[in-house]
Design a binder for this molecule. Structure first.
Ligand SMILES: [Zn+2]
Length: 157
């Protein structure tokens, strides 16, 4: 057995391993790039979807309460009823009615406090007798208007 040829074989193997590290098969490695990127893309898509769902669950929402009828007034700790200015109220039953109401459910006339000077008056009066502030509540109901002129033409209107 020739020791020089054995050493040469070992040296050849070392060179072979080094050649794989220094000059790899780039074509095969380039074909593996999509396999390496696919998990990253999937992770990104999953993170975006998760963030989207999390925002949808936690996003701030406007809380809308429709108060159609009278609501009970708030009370101070000493039992005094608090009536918000500008809203008609029934002091004897401690009920606050929606803006624009003139009579209570039982037909009794309502009272309203002026938002400007806080002087109370009948809800039927739109103008404050003390400061002259006009409390005019516009109707929120929308009425559809005809798109064309009335029957008989525009001149008839
Ligand atoms: Zn007033």
């Amino acid at each position: 057995m020739d020791p020089t040829s054995e050493l040469g074989q070992i040296w050849d193997q070392i060179l072979d391993v080094l050649a794989r590290i220094v000059a790899p098969d780039w074509g095969a490695l380039v074909n593996l790039i999509p396999l390496a990127l696919a998990p990253l893309v999937l992770l990104f898509v999953a993170a975006v979807a998760l963030a989207w769902v999390a925002y949808g669950v936690r996003k701030p929402r406007a809380r809308v309460r429709y108060v159609l009828g009278p609501r009970p007034a708030e009370f101070l700790p000493d039992g005094t009823a608090l009536f918000p200015a500008g809203y008609p109220f029934d002091a004897s039953r401690a009920l606050v009615y929606p803006a624009g109401a003139v009579h209570g459910d039982d037909g009794a006339p309502l009272t309203v406090a002026c938002p400007l000077c806080k002087v109370e008056r009948s809800a039927e009066l739109t103008t404050c007798g003390n400061c002259g502030l006009v409390l005019r509540i516009a109707a929120t109901t929308r009425v559809a208007a005809p798109s064309g002129p009335p029957a008989g033409g525009a001149a008839a209107a």
